[in-house]
Design a protein around this ligand. Structure first.
Ligand code: E4P
Length: 215
């Protein structure tokens, strides 16, 4: 399973990339707003750090505006993936951008039927939001199971990108189901590496090493 970092914070992205944990990056308008910089400034900086797919989201909600924005975003760098909301106009935009060879990430997916339509439109990635479904008292990972099964049944090329990840168990479940990608906030990437027994074991080894005669 590929791991993307779900962040627009350049410090976080550099740190996770240094760990070798980052195959790509996803951003969204809320993450970009936190930086105080323009989307273009942030995306141009991310492409220098991450050598992989980088999702940048359109802000338009009509076919024409999404296609125009998508074309402009795609010009920034060859690794740009245009993120499009899963609305009817968005699906039309995905079809056009795909025909032009521009990669797309269809975002805000909350149902298997939405995912089916995104694949039919030719999306490169589908982003089901598991955490937000959990927040709404619905089992988010069940949606991942359904989409993976549907895409396998019909050999769709669209990759399942698990989004709105809130904790390490989401990551484990995504990997067990066989999702293609999991996009993970920096805090959760750090949690993936942590185990209290590792810290306890290391402290004991270092303590015992002090008792070893010096060579
Ligand atoms: C996905 O691409 C989104 O940026 C993200 O995963 C949304 O997560 P949230 O529900 O924690 O905002």
């Amino acid at each position: 399973m590929k791991i993307f970092i779900d962040s627009a914070d350049l410090g976080e992205i550099r740190e996770a990339a240094a760990m070798g944990a980052v195959d790509g990056c996803t951003t969204n308008p809320s993450l970009i707003a936190k930086t105080g910089k323009t989307q273009r400034e942030i995306i141009q900086a991310i492409v220098e750090i991450v050598d992989g797919p980088i999702s940048a989201e359109v802000l338009g909600t009509t076919y024409d505006t999404m296609v125009a924005e998508g074309r402009e975003l795609a010009k920034i760098h060859k690794n740009i993936v245009v993120k499009i909301p899963l609305i009817t106009e968005g699906l039309k935009a995905v079809r056009t951008l795909t025909a032009e060879g521009i990669k797309t990430n269809v975002t805000l997916c909350f149902s298997p039927t939405q995912a089916l339509l995104a694949a039919k439109a030719g999306a490169t990635y589908i982003s089901p939001f598991v955490g937000r479904l959990d927040d709404a008292s619905t089992e988010g990972m069940q949606l991942i199971e359904q989409i993976v099964r549907i895409y396998e049944n019909y050999a769709f090329d669209t990759e399942v990108l698990v989004a709105s990840v809130r904790h390490p168990v989401h990551v484990v479940e995504a990997a067990l189901i066989g999702a293609d990608v999991c996009t993970i906030p920096f805090k959760v990437i750090q949690q993936l590496a942590y185990h209290p027994l590792t810290d306890l074991g290391l402290a004991k080894f270092l303590e015992d090493a002090k008792k070893t005669p010096k060579a």
